[in-house]
Design a protein around this ligand. Structure first.
Ligand code: F6R
Length: 609
């Protein structure tokens, strides 16, 4: 979603801010801007469109200065144009604000400020903040920001500079991620660590209700009552190469090809082969506590929700515990049956998705223990969950989630092994067989990737299709959902995923010779059932693309295209089957000329509800 970066130190700020913005561009990118403090006051330069356009503008009108804030926007209030781009200025032109989040009482505050003579020039809720801080300003920027924030309802991650109380950045957080980067006689503020990783690895995560004041010499963190807080400095292990494309045309392609390694990393040191179980250091739950749960609720959004569906299947099969999967965005608007006997598993690549975070907090309020399956170390969900399993997939920059999905499935299986063995529902022998299957996965994913060209050929054939159907059963029904989501989000082709047998109850009406239908049909316990569904599609002249795992006479003459994945046990099929579907979406999108890493309207981390 929107990205923030700020710098205070001895260097010229603009190139540092532009570099940070480029690294944040994947989060949201309909417009961008910078505000730099120079001798003459605060100067803003902003532009609609990509960061490259802002960069060109700054090349024409360079701004000198060593303190600045910058923003890349994903529109919530008002269209993505130059006027609505951040930073927003106070009426007197002395204060600049960048903001992620939504000010819920913006209308009321705006009326109040208009009554006092403030004139609004943009459609954004952020401009309210800029004028409100001016209204509260009495020579000290942090006091003014504090006073303004007391009047604000909603969510925010903000960074503010002023030409009157200069050479400092004031930042505050409520519901939108922010961190401080600590350098040598220079300091940074950012919404995402990737923006500052080339300058420092020492960071401090702000919590909700905290405010930071940074200057060249150091930083202070205070709460909303201006009481100073001692914060822990965290060290980031990710290296810079991980957030660069490394020779691949797109981050998405790089991340698809990283999966042998990322799946390995998710499992590393956690498998106990002989005991048929796993070792998970971060659960913060004793075996007795794990045994005390009567049910599990898994909550997530998007791709993470798809992995949750696979987790439900695994946990019910192997650990024999009732599991509900909930869209995080719906969870707290119902009255879910969740109490102290419930374990709530929260899945999020970013660890910052606003709906998922809110669902986790709701589950906690109702007494549940929470477990975060998160990729981004130190993210809000990771910090607030009672325990967790890190995915260790490394930074995922491509907006379409790929490697995080396969790692989520593996992490869910690790937890299932642990719980299944503890509850006595899973035998040591079956546990060990599953682990043997898991150990083979990285090599098998590699085999799939080596044949990427076959998928590219299929993509060439179907790149002009207007609709796609994805069908799967059992463990592969969520894979069908995920395959369809990948295709629609990056190629803009309408695609739907369905449980294969449900097709007869409606979607079959769509099938004709123009409709490609992707079947996920490996040799598993429901293979025979899905064969009938393939026949039903073929009988209606549908075009069948099948992901299979062996030569099947039952499919003779039925398939327009076939992609063979290696054999594995049923519950690991989703990991192998999702890889060709990721590639299919990727190649179709590239062949249609779509910007795969920056699909329209989408943002990597959805930090507004
Ligand atoms: C799709 C995709 C999204 C995310 C969803 C949740 O490719 O990336 O659907 O899965 O926004 O994000 P996280 O996992 O960060 O909570």
């Amino acid at each position: 979603m929107c990205g923030i970066v700020g710098y205070v130190g001895p260097k010229v700020a603009t190139p540092l801010l532009l570099d940070g913005l480029k690294r944040l561009e994947y989060r949201g990118y309909d417009s961008a801007g910078v505000a730099i403090m120079n001798g003459a006051g605060v100067k803003t330069v902003k532009e609609a469109g990509k960061i490259a356009k802002l960069e060109s503008l700054l090349a024409l009108t360079p701004v000198e200065g060593t303190t600045g804030i910058a923003h890349t926007r994903w529109a919530t209030h008002g269209p993505p144009n130059q006027v609505n781009a951040h930073p927003h200025m106070s009426q007197d032109g002395t204060i600049a604000v960048v903001h992620n989040g939504i000010i819920e009482n913006a209308t009321v505050l705006k009326q109040m400020l208009e009554g006092r003579g403030y004139v609004f020039t943009s459609d954004t809720d952020t401009e309210v903040l800029a004028h409100l801080i001016e209204e509260c300003f009495d020579g000290n920027l942090e006091d003014a920001v504090l006073e303004a924030l007391w009047q604000v309802e909603g969510t925010y991650g903000i960074a503010v500079i002023s030409s009157v109380d200069s050479h400092k950045i004031v930042a505050a957080r409520k519901g939108s991620p922010l961190l401080l980067g600590l350098g040598d006689k220079e300091n940074f503020i950012a919404s995402d660590v990737s923006a500052i990783l080339s300058h420092t690895r020492q960071v401090i995560y702000l919590e909700d209700g905290e405010m930071a004041v940074l200057d060249e010499a150091g930083y202070r963190v205070i709460d909303m009552n201006a009481v100073e807080i001692q914060k822990k400095v965290a060290h980031i292990d990710w290296d810079l190469a991980q957030i660069e494309r490394g020779g691949y045309a797109h981050f998405m392609l790089k991340e698809i090809f990283e999966q042998p390694q990322t799946v390995e990393n998710t499992m590393r040191g956690r498998l106990l082969d002989d005991e048929g179980t796993s070792k998970l250091g971060g659960l913060n739950l004793s075996d007795e506590e794990l045994l005390s749960f009567t049910n599990i609720v898994i909550t997530a959004c998007g791709t993470s929700w798809h992995s949750a569906l696979i987790g439900e299947h695994m946990l019910e099969e192997l650990a024999r515990i009732p599991v509900e999967v909930e869209y995080a965005s719906e969870f707290r608007y119902r009255n879910p049956v969740v109490d102290s006997k419930t374990l709530c598993i929260v899945i999020s690549q970013s660890g910052e998705t606003a709906d998922t975070l809110a669902a986790m907090r709701e589950a906690k309020r109702r007494g549940a223990r929470t477990l975060g399956l998160v990729n981004v170390v130190g993210s809000t969900i990771a910090r607030e969950a009672d325990g967790g399993i890190y995915l260790h997939a490394g930074p995922e920059i491509g907006v379409a989630s790929t490697k995080a999905f396969t790692s989520q499935v593996v992490a869910l299986l690790l937890f299932t092994l642990k719980l299944g063995r503890l509850r006595g529902a899973l035998s040591q022998q079956r546990g060990s067989e599953i682990i043997a299957g898991m150990r083979a996965l990285p090599g098998q994913i590699r085999q799939v990737l080596e044949r990427a060209q076959e998928i590219e050929d299929i993509a060439e054939e179907y790149k002009r299709a207007s609709n796609f159907l994805y069908l799967g059963r059992g463990y592969n029904f969520p894979v069908a959902l995920e395959g369809a989501l990948k295709l629609k989000e990056i190629s803009y082709i309408h695609a739907e995923g369905y449980p294969a047998a449900e097709m007869k109850h409606g979607p079959i009406a769509l099938i004709d010779e123009m409709m490609p239908v992707v079947f996920i049909a490996p040799h598993d316990s429901v293979f025979e059932k899905i064969t009938s569904n393939v026949h039903e599609v073929k009988a209606r002249k549908g075009r069948v693309i099948a992901v299979t795992s062996r030569d099947e006479s039952a499919l003779d003459g039925m398939l327009d295209y076939e992609f063979r994945i290696p054999e594995t046990i049923d519950l690991l099929m989703p990991v192998l089957a999702s890889v060709p579907l990721q590639l299919l979406a990727y190649y179709v999108a590239v062949k249609r000329g779509a910007n795969v890493d920056q699909p329209r309207n989408l943002a990597k981390s959805v930090t507004v509800e």
